[in-house]
Each structure stands twice: as C-alpha cells, then as structure tokens.
Design a protein around this ligand. Structure first.
Ligand SMILES: Cc1cc2nc3c(=O)[nH]c(=O)nc-3n(C[C@H](O)[C@H](O)[C@H](O)COP(=O)(O)OP(=O)(O)OC[C@H]3O[C@@H](n4cnc5c(N)ncnc54)[C@H](O)[C@@H]3O)c2cc1C
Length: 259
C-alpha cells in the first residue's frame, strides 16, 4: 500500500489522479474499515497536513475546511453545525478526530451531518487535478454511503450561507451512546422546511405552511418516507413512526427560537 501525506490540495489531487487511492480524513471510520479488511486500498492519501482545517467567516456565510473537527465546530458560531457537533456520540476522542468532511463523504444514513448540511443549504467543494466544482448538499448525497464524489476528487471545503430563518434541531437516539435513529433540522422562513436524517438512506426534505404545519407535517413526512432506513439500530417501520414526532418537536423548537 502506498501512503502519502501531501502538504497541499494540489498534492492531494495529484495523488488521487489514478482513482485507486482512499482518502483518510480523521480516520475514525476508514482506519477501522482498513483494519477489518473491508477496505483494501492500493494507496492511501492522508489529509492531515493538506491545510484543509479551519473555519472562516466571509460575506454572507462561513467556509468550513473539510478537515475541521467536531471539536472546532462545537466551539464555533456556525449555526446548526455547532449544535450537531456538541451532540456527536463517541466522546472527545471522536469529536477531536472526526471531521465534517469525513462525515459528509462517508454519507452514513445514521450520521447527523448530511441532513444538517442539506437544511443549511450548504455547498460542497470538490477538487481534482485540473478542476474544482461545487455541489449543493441536496444533490451531493445519493444514498447509503454514496455521494456524487468521484474517486479522483477530494472534498476540500463546505460553504454554509447565513441561515434563511430560525433553526431547530432534534435528534432521537435510544441510549446516550448510540448513533441517531432519526434527526430533524428545521428552518423557519416564509414556509417551514424540515430535513430528516437517519430516516431514509439519504436526507429527505418536507416543506409545510407556517399557519397549518401541525396538520400538514405528518402526511408530508409519510409521503416522502416511502423507503425508510433499516439497520441494526432500528427497523424501517419504527423510523417511519418516530420521524413525524421528531420532526414536530424540531419545528416547535425552531418556532420558539423564531419567537
Ligand atoms: C463511536 C462513534 C460514535 C459516533 N457517533 C456519531 C453520531 O452520533 N453522529 C454522527 O453523525 N456521527 C457519529 N460518528 C461518526 C463520525 O461522524 C465519523 O466518524 C466522522 O465524522 C468521520 O470523519 P473522519 O474524518 O474520521 O472520516 P474518515 O474515517 O477519515 O473517512 C470517512 C470516509 O470519508 C472519506 N473521506 C474523508 N475525508 C474526505 C475528504 N475530505 N474528501 C473525500 N473523502 C473523504 C474516506 O475516504 C472514508 O471513505 C461516530 C463515530 C464513532 C466511531
């Protein structure tokens, strides 16, 4: 196995150009996968020194380097993501090593980050040798552990615009130490938008009117949750039942925030 630890993005994209290398961010998922032989890469490209960490505030939003850890995020003022980072299970070890870019790239249906990025209207920057593209979070996640990222691309940063309204976030898990079963991120603007994570293979969005959200929310969730996510944490039918409840609580907390 070839191991490289480039010192900039050009070095990373050059090392990925053949398309046979695996990227290591914080390594909390991919290193155990390699240890257990689930991933057997010909080459490994370690992002540790590539200069991809850190959060900058610009006009109209934040740019979060892909290697920004949950610990850095929880100390930041990035809306929603700071809250999400505080609630990540796994303790300080995971929050100190796990990165927002790694979580987005892994696209685990049970992760908090993908749905939060969709709710925020975030855009993900992908670089490869000779090119950069930006993809809306809503288009980035294709399904369980699948994104639009090509093997020769690296996720370099995530742009998060100023929120379009008051925000609410709720995650439901069975015990303190477990991964989320369902998460709900709400944005209260002219309408109410709720993005559910954990409920399906990729984040799902529902939009309801402010004045009649209580009547509209459950049928709206039922309509989009036709194929609930099913795993060792909870069967799909359980997620279908719990999702509207979590969504409603998230909306209530966002409306409280708005008031
Ligand atoms: C005990 C435990 C509890 C956890 N609890 C939660 C929880 O409550 N909620 C939650 O959402 N998550 C949870 N997580 C998961 C956590 O979010 C991920 O471990 C972490 O975010 C992955 O980031 P990483 O940098 O370590 O990724 P890595 O393990 O380095 O990589 C993960 C995948 O993404 C790819 N990758 C990484 N960075 C990039 C990049 N910049 N560009 C392209 N590809 C990249 C890798 O090739 C790999 O396929 C938990 C994990 C553990 C181990």
């Amino acid at each position: 196995m070839r191991y490289t630890r480039p010192s900039d993005v050009d070095g990373v994209t050059a090392a990925l150009a053949d398309g046979d290398a695996v990227v290591v961010g914080g390594g909390t998922m991919v290193v155990p996968d390699m240890t257990h032989g689930k991933v057997r890469p010909a080459a490994v490209v370690d992002l540790a020194k590539a200069g991809l960490a850190g959060i900058t505030r610009g006009d109209g939003g934040w740019v979060i380097g892909a290697m920004t850890t949950y610990t850095e995020l929880e100390r930041s003022d990035v809306p929603l993501l700071a809250t999400v980072a505080r609630g990540i299970t796994g303790g300080p070890q995971i929050r100190n090593r796990g990165t927002v870019g790694g979580s987005a790239s892994y696209a685990n249906p049970s992760s908090d980050v993908p749905a939060a990025l969709v709710a925020l209207g975030a855009r993900l920057r992908l670089a490869k040798a000779g090119g950069v593209r930006e993809v809306a979070a809503a288009d980035f996640f294709l399904g369980a552990f699948r994104t639009v990222r090509e093997p020769d691309e690296v996720l370099t940063a995530i742009a998060v615009p100023d929120p379009a309204g008051a925000l609410g976030y709720l995650k439901f898990k069975l015990v303190e130490g477990s991964w989320p079963i369902v998460t709900a991120a709400t944005v209260v603007g002219p309408t109410i938008r709720v993005v559910l994570g954990g409920a399906a293979a990729k984040p799902v969005t529902v939009e309801v009117a402010r004045e009649s959200w209580r009547e509209q929310l459950r049928p709206a969730v039922d309509r989009v949750l036709t194929e609930p996510w099913d795993d060792v944490l909870a069967p799909g039918h359980y997620r279908t039942r719990i999702a509207p409840v979590i969504a409603a609580r998230s909306v209530a907390s966002a409306l409280e925030e708005a008031a």
